[in-house]
Design a protein around this ligand. Sequence first.
Ligand code: MG
Ligand code: MG
Length: 628
Amino acid sequence: MKTAIATVSISGDLREKLTAIAAAGFDGIEIFENDFLAFDGSPRDVAHMVRDHGLEISLFQPFRDFEGMPEPQRGRTFERAERKFDLMEELGTDLVLVCSNTSPLALGGIDRAADDFRELGERAAKRGLRVGFEALAWGRHINDHRDAWEVVRRADHPHIGLIVDSFHTLARKIDPNTIRSIPGDKIFFVQLADAPLIDMELLYWSRHFRNMPGEGDLDVKGFMRAVAATGYDGIVSLEIFNDQFRGGSPRLISIDGHRSLVNLMDQVKREEPGIKIDTPVLPDPVPIRGFEFVEFSANESEAEQLAAILRTLGFQRVGTHIAKDVALWRQGGINIVLNTDRDGFAHSAYIVHGTGVCDIGLAVEDARATVERARLLGAAPFAQPVGPGELEIPAIRGVNGSILHFIDQKSSLKDVWEIEYTAETPDPTIQDGGLAAIDHIAQTMNHEEILTWVLFYTSIFATHKLPMVDVVDPAGLIRSQVIENDSGSFRLTLNGTENNRTFAGHFISDRLGSAVQHLAFASTDIFASAQALKANGFRVLAISPNYYDDLDARFGLDEAFLDDLRHCNILYDRDDKGEYFQFYSESYGEGFFFEIVERRGGYRGYGAPNAQFRISAQKRHMRPQTYS
Ligand code: MG
Ligand code: MG
């Protein structure tokens, strides 16, 4: 199965677009006339340039307002069609998309439209060209693929076929399974787009908010399963109109696009096992068992400050690396690696971004299969020189320069901490904080980057996204997107910010790009943890007394319980499944912080109603901190 993408989907001039599209692994492009009107060269030059990039022009589009016109307009539309056919011959493409008529002049009538297409088919056949008919969701008379198919069926011409577009079918809530009764050889081309569910006018929604399959809320998979069931084995193409993508990096958007198609076809193959689809066989989506480690890069003095905070959290330094300036801190099932080495990735991350999380280790079933699936989905494997006595830990580059390592139990990787670290004696003055695991990791990024992260994590791993929520920062909105696995052992919150004045925005502008802004540790008894941490000298983020008055008003809590919360600066939330408790450290450096949480019952959220109180408290406390 070949893949294509419409050139309108990405930014740049035509040459930049072609370079990015070819590099991402597409076979072809859909070309819009506007794309080369601004290009300084003839259609033949465009054709050469496309071929020089190893691509083909799979489709020329669109040809508008064609079928069902009265005379004299009818005669003129055929003249217009002949001129487009001339252009197609110069471009070297044989397929044109005709979208359903939106003109108020159009007369309607399935047979009238079929007659027009039959005549167009005759004209196309003389030149060896083909015509595909697509129902626009806002077409005047034809706005449903079933009616477009009926026109094509009655036109009964070998050079006339159907073009289906997931957006037009799914936006109108038409059951995609109706495609299953269309013969595959009469489908000439398939266009795919997803979109977030927003209640708005169809044309506006389509022109500005489409996104890659898997990034939105439409059932693009169900649509593609139905298409595949027809026996269709032609090109699958992305036609994405999105203002954000047109302003984004052509390289990254192209990579996202190709990843979305490979992932979609992998899902279709798994769910329609009787159907032969000639795309690469991918290892299964990777179940994540949990976070194996989080690694910080830092210079010596900042590492000392971080170590001081870890001590107050109840962590023990349990190991020192056999060859590098790297320390292992541990509590419960949490491993924190502090890297102050002058070589390797951690150091280059430190040079670029300063102190912070540079690497995340995930515990998976099979580390090598994980890298293989990621590679087939367009992620770059990562390796750095391995010293004597060290293990080669499978890794990939994540989004925007981050690194992910994978540890499994089926190889020597399971003993990595014993093999690469010499044990340290515990410090008896540190009280254990009762922290058992990483509950979630929160990354902050520019708003546009969220979709890229969503696609990255949900395609490679067995994870899903939750609906986006808006978090109020006094200086602007933050969009928060959760990605998690079913068991809750992997939870990531992605916070997208549009300006630098929000607490999150300030953090990433100082860090030059997306970064982990907080780590949340799970406690089994949050009040006991609060006690132990206090004894260790932990500096808790002080919450305004107003918060507790508001809390009482919202939930009507028992007075003694409310006092306990207030006393420990613990924030509280509740849903129909359970309760959530959370407290925070003061922020460190440019705004990094730790969170301690306890979940009771089946609470699955992240305390979103509390975020604005937390952010206000952090802004009040934002000043240089020193720990000793
Ligand atoms: Mg379309
Ligand atoms: Mg959190």
